[in-house]
Design a protein around this ligand. Structure first.
Ligand code: HEM
Length: 485
Protein backbone atom coordinates (compact mmCIF):
# COMPACT_ATOMS: atom_id res chain seq x y z
CA UNK A 1 0.00 0.00 0.00
CA UNK A 2 1.47 3.34 -0.97
CA UNK A 3 1.98 5.77 1.91
CA UNK A 4 -0.45 8.72 2.15
CA UNK A 5 1.20 12.05 1.44
CA UNK A 6 1.08 14.70 4.16
CA UNK A 7 -0.48 17.92 2.83
CA UNK A 8 -1.17 21.50 3.87
CA UNK A 9 -4.78 22.55 4.56
CA UNK A 10 -5.11 23.43 0.89
CA UNK A 11 -3.97 19.95 -0.14
CA UNK A 12 -0.45 20.70 -1.37
CA UNK A 13 2.23 18.15 -0.44
CA UNK A 14 4.48 18.93 2.55
CA UNK A 15 8.14 18.31 1.76
CA UNK A 16 9.56 18.41 5.32
CA UNK A 17 7.59 18.02 8.57
CA UNK A 18 10.67 17.89 10.83
CA UNK A 19 12.73 20.97 9.87
CA UNK A 20 11.36 24.48 9.39
CA UNK A 21 12.74 26.58 6.54
CA UNK A 22 15.58 28.94 7.47
CA UNK A 23 17.73 31.57 5.79
CA UNK A 24 20.86 29.51 5.58
CA UNK A 25 21.85 26.67 7.91
CA UNK A 26 21.37 27.98 11.49
CA UNK A 27 19.73 31.18 10.22
CA UNK A 28 16.33 32.76 11.14
CA UNK A 29 13.05 31.36 9.86
CA UNK A 30 11.49 32.26 6.55
CA UNK A 31 8.02 33.83 6.41
CA UNK A 32 7.41 31.85 3.25
CA UNK A 33 7.27 28.55 5.19
CA UNK A 34 3.53 28.11 4.73
CA UNK A 35 3.45 24.73 6.42
CA UNK A 36 5.09 26.06 9.64
CA UNK A 37 2.91 29.18 9.78
CA UNK A 38 -0.28 27.24 9.18
CA UNK A 39 0.66 24.52 11.67
CA UNK A 40 1.41 26.99 14.51
CA UNK A 41 -1.58 29.23 13.77
CA UNK A 42 -3.97 26.31 13.60
CA UNK A 43 -2.62 24.89 16.86
CA UNK A 44 -3.25 28.23 18.60
CA UNK A 45 -6.91 27.96 17.69
CA UNK A 46 -7.60 24.37 18.78
CA UNK A 47 -9.64 25.23 21.88
CA UNK A 48 -13.14 26.61 21.75
CA UNK A 49 -14.92 28.12 24.76
CA UNK A 50 -15.83 25.37 27.18
CA UNK A 51 -19.43 24.95 28.35
CA UNK A 52 -20.07 27.46 31.16
CA UNK A 53 -21.49 24.52 33.16
CA UNK A 54 -21.20 20.76 32.49
CA UNK A 55 -17.82 21.39 30.84
CA UNK A 56 -16.41 17.95 31.60
CA UNK A 57 -18.25 15.04 29.99
CA UNK A 58 -18.31 11.78 28.06
CA UNK A 59 -20.56 10.69 25.21
CA UNK A 60 -21.73 7.59 23.37
CA UNK A 61 -24.15 6.60 20.62
CA UNK A 62 -26.83 3.97 20.84
CA UNK A 63 -30.53 3.44 20.27
CA UNK A 64 -33.85 3.77 22.01
CA UNK A 65 -36.37 0.95 21.58
CA UNK A 66 -40.04 1.28 22.49
CA UNK A 67 -41.23 -1.62 24.68
CA UNK A 68 -44.69 -0.41 25.71
CA UNK A 69 -47.64 1.31 24.05
CA UNK A 70 -47.73 4.98 25.06
CA UNK A 71 -49.84 6.24 22.16
CA UNK A 72 -52.68 7.05 24.55
CA UNK A 73 -50.53 9.88 25.91
CA UNK A 74 -48.35 11.10 23.05
CA UNK A 75 -48.43 11.21 19.28
CA UNK A 76 -44.59 11.44 19.10
CA UNK A 77 -43.69 9.30 16.09
CA UNK A 78 -40.57 7.77 17.64
CA UNK A 79 -42.73 6.41 20.48
CA UNK A 80 -45.57 5.29 18.19
CA UNK A 81 -44.91 1.55 17.91
CA UNK A 82 -43.62 -1.16 20.19
CA UNK A 83 -40.28 -2.32 18.75
CA UNK A 84 -39.52 0.98 16.99
CA UNK A 85 -35.86 1.97 17.29
CA UNK A 86 -34.37 5.47 17.14
CA UNK A 87 -30.67 6.30 17.03
CA UNK A 88 -29.51 8.31 20.05
CA UNK A 89 -26.46 10.16 21.38
CA UNK A 90 -26.00 10.63 25.12
CA UNK A 91 -23.60 13.02 26.82
CA UNK A 92 -22.95 12.56 30.53
CA UNK A 93 -21.19 15.27 32.52
CA UNK A 94 -20.25 16.72 35.86
CA UNK A 95 -21.53 20.24 36.46
CA UNK A 96 -19.36 22.58 38.45
CA UNK A 97 -15.75 22.04 37.46
CA UNK A 98 -13.96 23.14 34.31
CA UNK A 99 -12.92 20.96 31.38
CA UNK A 100 -9.94 19.37 33.13
CA UNK A 101 -11.90 18.56 36.30
CA UNK A 102 -11.97 15.10 37.90
CA UNK A 103 -14.88 12.72 37.33
CA UNK A 104 -15.42 11.14 40.75
CA UNK A 105 -16.59 14.25 42.61
CA UNK A 106 -19.68 15.11 44.63
CA UNK A 107 -21.74 16.93 42.03
CA UNK A 108 -24.90 16.26 40.04
CA UNK A 109 -24.30 14.49 36.70
CA UNK A 110 -25.75 15.64 33.38
CA UNK A 111 -27.75 13.09 31.41
CA UNK A 112 -28.41 14.68 28.01
CA UNK A 113 -30.06 12.50 25.37
CA UNK A 114 -30.46 13.35 21.69
CA UNK A 115 -33.02 11.20 19.86
CA UNK A 116 -32.45 11.41 16.08
CA UNK A 117 -36.13 10.91 15.20
CA UNK A 118 -37.80 10.93 11.78
CA UNK A 119 -39.59 14.12 12.88
CA UNK A 120 -36.39 15.90 13.85
CA UNK A 121 -34.02 15.74 16.80
CA UNK A 122 -35.55 15.54 20.26
CA UNK A 123 -33.19 16.64 23.05
CA UNK A 124 -34.02 15.59 26.61
CA UNK A 125 -31.42 17.45 28.66
CA UNK A 126 -31.64 16.05 32.18
CA UNK A 127 -29.57 15.19 35.24
CA UNK A 128 -29.08 12.16 37.47
CA UNK A 129 -31.20 13.93 40.09
CA UNK A 130 -35.00 14.14 39.98
CA UNK A 131 -34.98 17.68 41.44
CA UNK A 132 -32.84 20.82 41.25
CA UNK A 133 -31.52 23.51 43.63
CA UNK A 134 -33.65 26.43 42.48
CA UNK A 135 -37.00 27.03 40.85
CA UNK A 136 -36.52 30.32 39.00
CA UNK A 137 -34.01 30.72 36.15
CA UNK A 138 -33.18 34.27 37.24
CA UNK A 139 -31.14 32.73 40.10
CA UNK A 140 -29.11 30.39 37.87
CA UNK A 141 -26.04 32.59 37.12
CA UNK A 142 -25.70 33.49 40.84
CA UNK A 143 -26.07 29.86 41.83
CA UNK A 144 -23.40 28.70 39.39
CA UNK A 145 -21.01 31.54 40.35
CA UNK A 146 -21.28 30.41 43.98
CA UNK A 147 -20.43 26.79 43.11
CA UNK A 148 -17.59 27.35 40.62
CA UNK A 149 -14.12 28.70 41.39
CA UNK A 150 -13.95 31.93 43.37
CA UNK A 151 -12.61 34.80 41.21
CA UNK A 152 -9.98 35.70 43.83
CA UNK A 153 -8.88 32.38 45.31
CA UNK A 154 -9.36 30.35 42.13
CA UNK A 155 -10.86 27.48 44.20
CA UNK A 156 -14.34 26.31 45.01
CA UNK A 157 -15.07 28.02 48.34
CA UNK A 158 -17.34 26.52 51.04
CA UNK A 159 -18.13 30.13 52.04
CA UNK A 160 -19.70 30.79 48.63
CA UNK A 161 -21.32 27.38 48.19
CA UNK A 162 -23.12 27.54 51.54
CA UNK A 163 -23.83 31.28 51.43
CA UNK A 164 -25.90 30.70 48.29
CA UNK A 165 -27.76 27.82 49.92
CA UNK A 166 -28.30 29.92 53.07
CA UNK A 167 -30.34 32.25 50.84
CA UNK A 168 -32.07 29.44 48.92
CA UNK A 169 -34.24 27.36 51.27
CA UNK A 170 -35.76 25.69 48.19
CA UNK A 171 -32.35 23.99 47.64
CA UNK A 172 -32.69 21.89 50.83
CA UNK A 173 -34.22 18.91 48.99
CA UNK A 174 -31.49 18.77 46.32
CA UNK A 175 -28.72 19.44 48.88
CA UNK A 176 -30.01 16.43 50.87
CA UNK A 177 -29.93 14.37 47.68
CA UNK A 178 -26.43 15.54 46.72
CA UNK A 179 -24.88 14.99 50.15
CA UNK A 180 -26.46 11.52 50.45
CA UNK A 181 -25.17 8.23 49.08
CA UNK A 182 -26.10 8.97 45.45
CA UNK A 183 -24.08 12.18 45.39
CA UNK A 184 -21.01 10.49 43.88
CA UNK A 185 -21.96 7.84 41.29
CA UNK A 186 -19.43 5.01 40.86
CA UNK A 187 -19.60 5.60 37.09
CA UNK A 188 -21.93 7.05 34.48
CA UNK A 189 -23.24 3.53 33.86
CA UNK A 190 -24.32 3.09 37.47
CA UNK A 191 -26.70 6.01 37.90
CA UNK A 192 -30.23 6.86 36.88
CA UNK A 193 -31.20 9.75 34.61
CA UNK A 194 -34.17 12.07 35.03
CA UNK A 195 -35.83 14.67 32.82
CA UNK A 196 -36.33 16.41 36.22
CA UNK A 197 -38.74 19.01 34.80
CA UNK A 198 -42.34 18.32 34.01
CA UNK A 199 -42.95 18.17 30.27
CA UNK A 200 -46.15 18.05 28.28
CA UNK A 201 -47.23 15.16 26.09
CA UNK A 202 -50.11 15.49 23.59
CA UNK A 203 -51.90 12.56 21.98
CA UNK A 204 -53.50 12.29 18.51
CA UNK A 205 -56.82 13.49 19.95
CA UNK A 206 -55.15 16.65 21.21
CA UNK A 207 -55.44 15.65 24.88
CA UNK A 208 -52.64 16.95 27.11
CA UNK A 209 -50.73 15.13 29.88
CA UNK A 210 -47.90 16.28 32.10
CA UNK A 211 -45.01 13.81 32.36
CA UNK A 212 -41.79 13.26 34.25
CA UNK A 213 -39.07 11.04 32.73
CA UNK A 214 -37.07 8.45 34.70
CA UNK A 215 -34.23 6.45 33.12
CA UNK A 216 -33.43 3.57 35.53
CA UNK A 217 -30.00 2.08 35.09
CA UNK A 218 -29.99 -1.64 34.30
CA UNK A 219 -26.45 -1.87 35.71
CA UNK A 220 -27.78 -1.14 39.21
CA UNK A 221 -27.15 2.09 41.13
CA UNK A 222 -23.65 2.15 42.59
CA UNK A 223 -22.05 5.03 44.40
CA UNK A 224 -18.77 5.97 46.03
CA UNK A 225 -18.22 7.27 49.54
CA UNK A 226 -16.33 10.56 49.83
CA UNK A 227 -13.21 8.61 50.89
CA UNK A 228 -13.44 6.09 48.02
CA UNK A 229 -13.93 8.94 45.56
CA UNK A 230 -10.91 10.90 46.83
CA UNK A 231 -8.75 7.80 46.39
CA UNK A 232 -10.09 7.11 42.90
CA UNK A 233 -9.53 10.71 41.77
CA UNK A 234 -5.88 10.32 42.76
CA UNK A 235 -5.55 7.15 40.69
CA UNK A 236 -7.60 8.11 37.61
CA UNK A 237 -9.07 11.60 37.37
CA UNK A 238 -10.91 10.42 34.24
CA UNK A 239 -12.51 7.41 35.93
CA UNK A 240 -16.02 7.88 34.46
CA UNK A 241 -14.62 8.36 30.95
CA UNK A 242 -12.38 5.30 31.33
CA UNK A 243 -15.28 3.17 32.57
CA UNK A 244 -17.73 4.16 29.83
CA UNK A 245 -15.19 3.95 27.01
CA UNK A 246 -13.82 0.57 28.06
CA UNK A 247 -17.22 -1.01 28.76
CA UNK A 248 -18.50 -0.13 25.28
CA UNK A 249 -15.21 -1.11 23.58
CA UNK A 250 -15.55 -4.52 25.29
CA UNK A 251 -19.15 -4.82 24.05
CA UNK A 252 -20.59 -4.49 27.56
CA UNK A 253 -23.26 -2.07 26.44
CA UNK A 254 -24.93 -0.12 29.24
CA UNK A 255 -28.69 0.31 29.13
CA UNK A 256 -31.45 2.15 30.95
CA UNK A 257 -35.19 1.48 31.14
CA UNK A 258 -37.27 4.58 30.53
CA UNK A 259 -40.38 5.14 32.64
CA UNK A 260 -42.72 8.12 32.79
CA UNK A 261 -45.07 9.42 35.41
CA UNK A 262 -48.19 10.71 33.69
CA UNK A 263 -50.57 13.33 35.09
CA UNK A 264 -53.72 14.20 33.11
CA UNK A 265 -53.49 17.96 32.46
CA UNK A 266 -56.73 18.68 34.33
CA UNK A 267 -55.24 17.37 37.61
CA UNK A 268 -52.35 19.86 37.66
CA UNK A 269 -54.21 22.83 39.14
CA UNK A 270 -55.35 21.02 42.31
CA UNK A 271 -52.37 18.71 42.93
CA UNK A 272 -51.04 19.18 46.47
CA UNK A 273 -47.60 20.15 45.16
CA UNK A 274 -47.03 22.62 42.36
CA UNK A 275 -46.39 20.06 39.57
CA UNK A 276 -44.16 22.57 37.76
CA UNK A 277 -41.83 23.17 40.72
CA UNK A 278 -38.45 21.63 39.90
CA UNK A 279 -37.53 21.28 43.58
CA UNK A 280 -40.31 18.69 44.09
CA UNK A 281 -40.89 15.10 43.03
CA UNK A 282 -44.27 13.51 42.37
CA UNK A 283 -44.63 10.61 44.82
CA UNK A 284 -44.95 7.33 42.89
CA UNK A 285 -48.05 6.48 44.92
CA UNK A 286 -49.75 9.44 43.22
CA UNK A 287 -48.39 8.84 39.72
CA UNK A 288 -46.82 5.37 39.25
CA UNK A 289 -43.97 4.70 36.85
CA UNK A 290 -45.15 3.58 33.40
CA UNK A 291 -42.57 1.77 31.29
CA UNK A 292 -41.83 3.22 27.85
CA UNK A 293 -38.69 1.61 26.46
CA UNK A 294 -35.02 0.84 26.63
CA UNK A 295 -32.01 3.03 25.91
CA UNK A 296 -28.82 1.19 24.93
CA UNK A 297 -25.37 2.69 24.34
CA UNK A 298 -23.32 0.58 21.96
CA UNK A 299 -20.84 2.81 20.10
CA UNK A 300 -18.09 5.14 21.24
CA UNK A 301 -17.52 8.32 19.27
CA UNK A 302 -14.46 8.17 17.01
CA UNK A 303 -13.40 11.67 17.97
CA UNK A 304 -14.03 13.32 21.33
CA UNK A 305 -13.71 16.90 20.10
CA UNK A 306 -15.89 16.53 17.01
CA UNK A 307 -18.62 14.49 18.60
CA UNK A 308 -18.61 15.20 22.36
CA UNK A 309 -17.13 18.69 22.75
CA UNK A 310 -19.13 19.97 19.78
CA UNK A 311 -22.35 18.23 20.79
CA UNK A 312 -25.10 20.75 21.40
CA UNK A 313 -28.30 19.88 23.27
CA UNK A 314 -31.21 22.25 23.63
CA UNK A 315 -34.28 21.61 25.81
CA UNK A 316 -36.42 23.35 23.21
CA UNK A 317 -35.63 20.83 20.48
CA UNK A 318 -39.02 19.12 20.73
CA UNK A 319 -40.88 16.90 18.28
CA UNK A 320 -44.66 16.87 17.63
CA UNK A 321 -46.43 15.35 20.66
CA UNK A 322 -43.89 16.62 23.21
CA UNK A 323 -43.66 20.18 24.49
CA UNK A 324 -42.79 22.38 27.47
CA UNK A 325 -44.77 22.78 30.68
CA UNK A 326 -45.07 26.19 32.37
CA UNK A 327 -42.13 25.30 34.73
CA UNK A 328 -40.27 28.64 34.94
CA UNK A 329 -36.87 26.92 35.09
CA UNK A 330 -37.61 24.96 31.95
CA UNK A 331 -38.87 28.10 30.22
CA UNK A 332 -35.57 29.83 31.04
CA UNK A 333 -33.63 26.88 29.67
CA UNK A 334 -35.58 27.04 26.40
CA UNK A 335 -33.65 30.26 25.74
CA UNK A 336 -30.30 29.56 27.40
CA UNK A 337 -28.99 26.54 25.51
CA UNK A 338 -29.25 27.52 21.86
CA UNK A 339 -27.90 30.93 22.87
CA UNK A 340 -24.90 29.19 24.48
CA UNK A 341 -24.36 27.12 21.34
CA UNK A 342 -24.40 30.17 19.08
CA UNK A 343 -21.67 31.68 21.24
CA UNK A 344 -19.66 28.49 21.83
CA UNK A 345 -19.99 26.81 18.41
CA UNK A 346 -21.51 29.38 16.08
CA UNK A 347 -24.84 29.83 14.36
CA UNK A 348 -24.32 26.80 12.13
CA UNK A 349 -23.64 24.32 14.97
CA UNK A 350 -26.80 22.51 13.88
CA UNK A 351 -24.98 21.45 10.69
CA UNK A 352 -22.23 19.56 12.51
CA UNK A 353 -22.70 15.80 12.05
CA UNK A 354 -23.38 15.06 15.76
CA UNK A 355 -26.03 17.78 15.93
CA UNK A 356 -27.68 17.50 12.50
CA UNK A 357 -30.80 15.36 12.13
CA UNK A 358 -29.95 11.82 10.99
CA UNK A 359 -33.38 10.34 10.23
CA UNK A 360 -34.68 13.41 8.38
CA UNK A 361 -33.18 16.56 6.86
CA UNK A 362 -33.41 20.12 8.10
CA UNK A 363 -35.16 22.06 5.33
CA UNK A 364 -35.74 25.77 5.90
CA UNK A 365 -34.76 29.27 4.80
CA UNK A 366 -32.03 29.95 7.37
CA UNK A 367 -28.88 30.93 5.48
CA UNK A 368 -25.26 32.01 5.69
CA UNK A 369 -23.32 32.81 8.86
CA UNK A 370 -19.87 31.52 9.79
CA UNK A 371 -19.11 28.03 8.51
CA UNK A 372 -22.30 27.46 6.54
CA UNK A 373 -22.11 24.06 4.85
CA UNK A 374 -25.82 23.48 4.09
CA UNK A 375 -26.82 26.65 2.32
CA UNK A 376 -29.18 25.75 -0.53
CA UNK A 377 -28.58 25.11 -4.21
CA UNK A 378 -29.24 27.24 -7.30
CA UNK A 379 -32.81 25.91 -7.29
CA UNK A 380 -33.59 26.86 -3.69
CA UNK A 381 -35.24 30.17 -2.82
CA UNK A 382 -34.13 31.81 0.45
CA UNK A 383 -37.53 33.33 1.34
CA UNK A 384 -41.00 32.02 2.13
CA UNK A 385 -43.79 31.96 1.03
CA UNK A 386 -42.65 31.51 -2.57
CA UNK A 387 -44.11 30.30 -5.85
CA UNK A 388 -41.56 27.51 -6.17
CA UNK A 389 -41.28 24.13 -4.54
CA UNK A 390 -39.61 25.15 -1.27
CA UNK A 391 -40.67 23.77 2.11
CA UNK A 392 -43.88 25.09 3.70
CA UNK A 393 -45.42 24.92 7.18
CA UNK A 394 -47.23 21.71 8.20
CA UNK A 395 -50.31 23.40 9.77
CA UNK A 396 -50.40 20.56 12.36
CA UNK A 397 -50.25 21.73 16.00
CA UNK A 398 -47.06 20.46 17.69
CA UNK A 399 -48.49 20.20 21.21
CA UNK A 400 -51.61 21.21 23.12
CA UNK A 401 -51.91 24.87 24.16
CA UNK A 402 -51.27 25.82 27.80
CA UNK A 403 -53.99 27.87 29.52
CA UNK A 404 -52.77 31.17 30.98
CA UNK A 405 -54.45 33.84 33.06
CA UNK A 406 -53.52 36.66 35.45
CA UNK A 407 -51.27 39.68 35.32
CA UNK A 408 -47.71 40.13 34.08
CA UNK A 409 -45.15 40.74 36.83
CA UNK A 410 -42.29 39.17 38.76
CA UNK A 411 -44.39 36.59 40.61
CA UNK A 412 -43.22 33.82 42.90
CA UNK A 413 -44.27 30.39 41.65
CA UNK A 414 -47.82 29.63 42.84
CA UNK A 415 -47.94 27.59 46.06
CA UNK A 416 -50.18 24.52 46.24
CA UNK A 417 -51.60 23.21 49.55
CA UNK A 418 -48.60 21.05 50.56
CA UNK A 419 -45.92 23.30 49.10
CA UNK A 420 -43.05 24.41 51.26
CA UNK A 421 -39.30 24.25 50.83
CA UNK A 422 -38.66 21.52 53.40
CA UNK A 423 -41.32 18.80 53.47
CA UNK A 424 -39.88 16.65 50.68
CA UNK A 425 -36.31 17.11 51.98
CA UNK A 426 -37.54 15.69 55.30
CA UNK A 427 -39.29 12.82 53.51
CA UNK A 428 -36.02 11.96 51.73
CA UNK A 429 -34.10 12.06 55.04
CA UNK A 430 -36.64 9.81 56.77
CA UNK A 431 -36.41 7.27 53.92
CA UNK A 432 -32.69 6.72 54.57
CA UNK A 433 -31.24 3.96 56.74
CA UNK A 434 -29.49 5.07 59.90
CA UNK A 435 -26.07 4.43 58.30
CA UNK A 436 -26.95 6.54 55.28
CA UNK A 437 -28.24 9.31 57.55
CA UNK A 438 -24.87 9.20 59.31
CA UNK A 439 -22.94 9.56 56.03
CA UNK A 440 -25.29 12.37 54.87
CA UNK A 441 -24.76 14.29 58.10
CA UNK A 442 -20.97 13.78 57.92
CA UNK A 443 -20.84 14.99 54.31
CA UNK A 444 -22.86 18.12 55.07
CA UNK A 445 -20.88 18.88 58.22
CA UNK A 446 -17.59 18.37 56.36
CA UNK A 447 -18.42 21.29 54.05
CA UNK A 448 -20.54 23.48 56.34
CA UNK A 449 -18.00 23.43 59.17
CA UNK A 450 -15.46 25.10 56.86
CA UNK A 451 -17.68 28.17 56.45
CA UNK A 452 -16.15 31.19 58.19
CA UNK A 453 -19.34 33.12 59.05
CA UNK A 454 -21.57 31.93 61.89
CA UNK A 455 -24.71 33.55 60.42
CA UNK A 456 -24.30 31.56 57.18
CA UNK A 457 -23.93 28.34 59.19
CA UNK A 458 -27.00 29.21 61.28
CA UNK A 459 -29.19 29.88 58.25
CA UNK A 460 -28.23 26.53 56.74
CA UNK A 461 -28.83 24.69 60.00
CA UNK A 462 -32.29 26.24 60.18
CA UNK A 463 -33.10 24.63 56.80
CA UNK A 464 -32.13 21.15 58.02
CA UNK A 465 -34.09 21.68 61.26
CA UNK A 466 -37.13 22.70 59.21
CA UNK A 467 -36.81 19.57 57.06
CA UNK A 468 -36.71 17.26 60.10
CA UNK A 469 -35.84 18.16 63.72
CA UNK A 470 -33.61 15.08 64.09
CA UNK A 471 -31.82 15.88 60.82
CA UNK A 472 -31.19 19.45 62.00
CA UNK A 473 -29.97 18.32 65.41
CA UNK A 474 -27.54 15.77 64.00
CA UNK A 475 -26.06 18.23 61.47
CA UNK A 476 -25.76 20.91 64.15
CA UNK A 477 -23.91 18.57 66.51
CA UNK A 478 -21.59 17.31 63.78
CA UNK A 479 -20.75 20.86 62.64
CA UNK A 480 -20.10 21.94 66.23
CA UNK A 481 -17.83 18.96 66.87
CA UNK A 482 -15.76 19.68 63.74
CA UNK A 483 -15.45 23.39 64.56
CA UNK A 484 -14.30 22.67 68.08
CA UNK A 485 -11.55 20.37 66.83
C1 HEM B 1 -32.47 27.97 34.39
C2 HEM B 1 -31.65 27.01 34.70
C3 HEM B 1 -30.53 26.57 33.80
C4 HEM B 1 -29.79 27.27 32.89
C5 HEM B 1 -29.91 28.75 32.54
C6 HEM B 1 -28.86 26.34 32.30
C7 HEM B 1 -27.92 26.68 31.35
C8 HEM B 1 -27.01 25.80 30.80
C9 HEM B 1 -25.99 26.17 29.84
C10 HEM B 1 -25.76 27.58 29.30
C11 HEM B 1 -25.32 25.04 29.52
C12 HEM B 1 -24.14 24.92 28.57
C13 HEM B 1 -24.65 24.55 27.21
C14 HEM B 1 -23.53 24.45 26.18
O1 HEM B 1 -22.63 25.30 26.17
O2 HEM B 1 -23.59 23.50 25.35
C15 HEM B 1 -25.92 23.96 30.25
C16 HEM B 1 -25.54 22.65 30.15
C17 HEM B 1 -26.28 21.61 30.68
N1 HEM B 1 -27.36 21.72 31.54
FE1 HEM B 1 -28.20 23.38 32.20
N2 HEM B 1 -29.05 25.11 32.84
C18 HEM B 1 -30.07 25.19 33.76
C19 HEM B 1 -30.59 24.18 34.52
C20 HEM B 1 -30.41 22.84 34.25
C21 HEM B 1 -31.19 21.76 34.79
C22 HEM B 1 -32.38 21.94 35.73
C23 HEM B 1 -30.70 20.61 34.25
C24 HEM B 1 -31.17 19.20 34.42
C25 HEM B 1 -32.39 18.87 34.75
C26 HEM B 1 -29.60 20.97 33.38
C27 HEM B 1 -28.84 20.09 32.65
C28 HEM B 1 -27.79 20.44 31.82
C29 HEM B 1 -26.99 19.47 31.12
C30 HEM B 1 -27.12 17.95 31.15
C31 HEM B 1 -26.03 20.21 30.41
C32 HEM B 1 -24.91 19.65 29.53
C33 HEM B 1 -25.44 19.33 28.15
C34 HEM B 1 -24.35 18.68 27.34
O3 HEM B 1 -23.96 17.55 27.70
O4 HEM B 1 -23.87 19.31 26.38
N3 HEM B 1 -29.44 22.33 33.41
N4 HEM B 1 -26.94 24.46 31.05
Amino acid sequence: MSKRVLTTESGAPVADNQNSATAGVGGPLLLQDQHLLEKLARFNRERIPERVVHARGSGAYGYFEVTDDVTGWTKADFLSQVGKRTETFLRFSTVADSLGGADAVRDPRGFAVKFYTEEGNYDLVGNNTPVFFIKDPIKFPDFIHSQKRDPFTGRQEPDNVWDFWAHAPEATHQVTWLMGDRGIPASYRHMNGYGSHTYQWTNEAGEAFFVKYHFKTNQGVRSLSSEQAAELVGKDANSHQTDLLQAIERGVNPSWTLYVQVMPAAEAADYRFNPFDLTKVWPHADYPLQRVGRLVLDRNPDNVFAEVEQAAFSPNNFVPGIGPSPDKMLQGRLFAYADAHRYRLGVNHTQLPVNAPKATVADNYGRDGLMATRNGSRHDKNYEPNSYSGPAQSDAALSAPLAVHGWTGTHEAPAHTKDDDFFQAGELYRLMSDEEKGRLVANIAGGLSQVTRDDVIEKNLAHFHAADPEYGKRVEEAVRALRED
